[in-house]
Design a protein around this ligand. Structure first.
Ligand SMILES: [Fe+2]
Ligand SMILES: [Fe+2]
Length: 294
C-alpha cells in the first residue's frame, strides 16, 4: 500500500556558493565550543551516511511506478549529493587542524555502511534511510527553532551550511518515507529502521566529537563535559516529541508542517542564493530576507 501524497516533486537541487577556507575555527561558535564540537562530529558522518542513502535510494528506483515519486527520489539524490560534498569541504578544513587520525573513524563508517549494503536487505537499508530522514526532519525543526541560541554570533559559513542542509532535509522529508511505503510499507521494519538509524548516526557523531575533544584536552575538563550533557539534553528533549510522532503507524511526514523560517528560506533562495550562504548570524531572528549582511 502506498501512502504517497505529493502530486509532483517540488524539490530543488541547489548548488550553494559557500566560501569555506582555512580560517574557519574548530570552535566556529566561540561562545559555544562544545556545540561546535558536536556539529563537527555530526558533519564528519555526512560524507559516509549520505552516499549510503543515495545508493539505497538508487536501488529502490526500479521498484517504484509513480512518475512523481520517481522524480522526487531523483531530486532527493541530487540534494543529498550536494549536502555531503559541502560537508566534506568543511570537514577537510576541520581535519587539517590536527585531527588527521580521525581517518580511523572515517574508515569505520565506510566499513559499516559497506557491510550493511553487502549483508542487509534493501528493505533494511531503505527503512534506515526513511528512519534517518524522520530524525533529520525533527532535527531540522529543532535547529531552526533554536537557531539564535545555537548559531547566534557564530561563523556565518558554518551556520549557513547547517541551516541550508536542514532546510532541504525538511523540504525532502517525504522522499525516503514514500519510497519505503511504496516498495515495502511494513510498519515494524520502519519503526526498527528509525530507532536503529537514529542511534547509529548518533554513535558515530559522538565518536567524532569525543575524538576531537580528547585531542584538545577538552574531554577531561568538567565544564566542557557538563556543557556537552546540557546540549545533549536540550537536543534530546527538543527532538523527542516529533520523533515519537514519526514512530506512530499513522505518521506521514506531511503531518508535520514546515516552520515559517524554512518556507521563507526557500522563497528567498529563488531570488538570491549567494546571501543564503552568508547568513547574518547576529540577526537570525529577524524575518528571513531582512537578516542578511549588507
Ligand atoms: Fe542531507
Ligand atoms: Fe535527507
Amino acid at each position: 500500500m502506498t501512502t504517497y501524497k505529493n502530486e509532483k516533486s517540488t524539490l530543488v537541487v541547489r548548488r550553494m556558493p559557500f566560501s569555506f577556507d582555512n580560517n574557519i575555527n574548530v570552535h566556529w561558535n566561540a561562545a559555544r565550543p562544545e556545540w561546535s564540537y558536536m556539529v563537527n562530529g555530526a558533519s564528519l558522518v555526512m560524507p559516509y551516511l549520505e552516499p549510503y542513502l543515495i545508493r539505497t535510494m538508487k536501488q529502490v528506483l526500479p521498484k517504484l511506478t509513480d512518475p512523481a515519486l520517481i522524480q522526487e527520489v531523483k531530486d532527493y539524490i541530487g540534494q543529498e549529493a550536494q549536502h555531503y560534498q559541502q560537508h566534506r569541504k568543511f570537514n577537510d578544513i576541520i581535519k587539517s587542524k590536527g585531527y588527521d587520525e580521525i581517518s580511523v573513524l572515517e574508515q569505520q563508517m565506510l566499513d559499516e555502511y559497506t557491510h550493511f549494503e553487502k549483508t542487509k536487505s534493501l528493505k533494511f537499508n531503505l527503512a534506515y534511510a526513511a528512519g534517518f530522514e524522520s530524525m533529520a526532519l525533527t532535527v531540522g525543526h529543532w535547529l531552526i527553532k533554536n537557531r539564535d541560541y545555537l548559531f547566534g554570533g557564530s561563523d556565518s559559513r558554518v551556520a549557513s551550511l547547517i541551516l541550508w542542509h536542514f532546510v532541504e532535509e525538511l523540504e525532502h522529508k517525504c522522499a525516503a518515507y514514500d519510497a519505503y511505503q511504496a516498495a515495502y510499507g511494513n510498519y515494524w521494519s520502519r519503526l526498527y529502521g528509525t530507532l536503529f538509524a537514529a542511534l547509529h548516526v548518533m554513535k558515530f557523531s559522538r565518536r567524532g566529537y569525543i575524538f576531537m575533544m580528547k585531542k584538545d584536552g577538552a574531554w577531561r575538563n568538567t565544564r566542557n563535559r557538563l556543557n556537552i550533557i546540557k546540549y545533549n539534553l536540550r537536543f534530546i528533549t527538543g527532538v523527542l516529541p516529533k520523533l515519537i510522532h514519526s514512530l506512530l503507524p499513522s505518521h506521514h511526514p506531511t503531518d508535520i508542517d514546515d516552520p515559517q523560517w524554512s518556507k521563507d528560506w526557500v522563497a528567498v533562495h529563488e531570488k538570491n542564493n549567494a546571501e543564503l550562504a552568508h547568513l547574518d548570524t547576529n540577526n537570525l531572528l529577524t524575518p528571513m530576507g531582512a537578516g542578511f549582511k549588507k
